[in-house]
Design a protein around this ligand. Structure first.
Ligand code: NAD
Ligand code: DAU
Length: 350
């Protein structure tokens, strides 16, 4: 039985990856290692928590001794590394957390894998999940290719870029089989409501202002989270060692346009008169160093590995809004306590 360590499996994307692997591959044993920070939530995995091929391990990837012992005990065949501090706004207020988890944590995992694999790399893989933000910011034209030079602009993207460099360096220097994917903005069920889409759904439900940074003209490329998990499955099984694959939806939206679609979708589902939620839109102080535009060219993974997104954006947004409306309790649980403190600090002065 193949032993696969998935880090950050209690988070947004990680939980979808864990679910897909546990259900699709009964002959793999999936170990989910997660520190359960504010963003990690075992409620996300209720449906598979008793599966015979699933084990949850609570732990911190920054803890070198713990990680070395974990690898020595379990001798994983592969790692799919998603654990990270992932929110740009938090990286602006507290960059050090990002350096510890995203950089030091990644290098700890690489060292531990190198130690237990002892230069015998047959059937081994270190899969590093990264972001399109490492490429920096685009103007109106052009796309990020796998060959685009790195130009990270926020502490978050700088920490992810650094971790990508370490992963490549360990491949070049020690021969560790690695693969890296750089994906665009994900949306869908189980996303913590500090990121744009779930934050705005939650605020609409609570009749709170919708804080649009700057003029709302920044552009992001949006991909439904299950399609990202499907892409990770494809790259894990068919990707070429040492390669990088971009993952994206060819689905660019200016923030303000996306927000209007979101408002309309929620209003329709709640039976509100048209235009109700748009009245909550409030323009606030821009994010420091706000990247103007991200746009991924995902041609390589499509042509070489045969992956493509399965959902159109309208369908994805509709499913996402349905999920949040049907899971009010999940939303209420994650927005109590520490979330209120975060929200107060983040938006008080905007
Ligand atoms: P998330 O913040 O929802 O989840 C991160 C998970 O990592 C949480 O469960 C958290 O508890 C865990 N974690 C954090 N620090 C840890 C530590 N020190 N030790 C162990 N576990 C720890 O993040 P997400 O949005 O699901 O992103 C997952 C990965 O995908 C990240 O590496 C992120 O950079 C990347 N990514 C995210 C997006 C996106 O749009 N969300 C897009 C591209 C790439
Ligand atoms: O591109 C991939 C990245 O996408 C991932 O690597 C990150 O982990 C993920 O958080 C996401 O980063 P963004 O900064 O693009 O996502 P966020 O949801 O925070 O913001 C999306 C856009 O919406 C961005 O232009 C900022 C804007 N925004 C965000 C918030 C939270 C607002 O206008 N108001 C807000 O309150």
């Amino acid at each position: 039985m193949k032993k696969i360590l998935i880090t950050g499996g209690a988070g947004f994307i990680g939980s979808h990856v864990v679910r897909l692997f546990v259900n699709k591959y009964p002959d793999y044993h999936i170990y989910n290692l997660d520190k359960l920070t504010y963003a990690g939530n075992l409620e996300n995995l209720k449906d598979i928590e008793d599966a015979p091929n699933y084990t949850f391990i609570k732990g911190d990837i920054v803890d070198e001794k713990f990680i070395n012992e974990l690898f020595a005990k379990n001798e994983f065949d592969a790692v799919i590394h998603l654990a990270a501090e992932s929110h740009v706004d938090r990286s602006i207020t507290n960059p050090m957390e990002f350096i510890y988890t995203n950089v030091v944590g990644t290098v700890n995992l690489l060292n531990a894998a190198r130690f237990v694999w002892k230069d015998d790399f047959s059937d081994k893989l270190f899969y590093h999940v990264s972001t399109d933000e490492v490429y920096g910011s685009l103007d109106e034209g052009g796309f990020f290719l796998e060959t685009t030079p790195y130009d990270p602009q926020s502490p978050y993207s700088a920490s992810k870029a650094s971790s990508d460099h370490f992963v490549r360096a360990y491949h070049n220097t020690y021969g560790i089989p690695v693969v890296i994917t750089n994906c665009s903005n994900n949306y869908g069920p189980n996303q913590f409501p500090e990121k744009l889409i779930p934050l705005f759904i939650n605020n609409i439900l609570n009749k709170k202002p919708l804080p649009v940074y700057g003029k709302g003209e920044n552009v992001r490329d949006w991909l439904y989270v299950v399609d990202h998990a499907r892409a990770i499955d494809v790259v894990f099984h068919k990707g070429k060692t040492g390669e990088t694959y971009n993952i994206g939806g060819f689905n660019e939206w200016k923030n303000i346009d996306l927000i209007k679609v979101l408002c309309k979708t929620v209003d329709e589902k709640l039976g509100n008169p048209p235009g109700t939620s748009e009245t909550l839109i409030t323009y606030v102080k821009d994010r420091a160093g706000h990247d103007l535009r991200y746009a991924i060219d995902a041609t390589k993974i499509m042509n070489e590995l045969g992956w493509k997104p399965s959902l159109q954006f309208e369908e994805g947004i509709s499913k996402t809004v349905d999920w949040y409306l049907e899971n009010k309790e999940w939303l209420d649980n994650v927005t109590s306590g520490a979330y209120q403190d975060y929200y107060e600090k983040q938006y008080r002065t905007r």
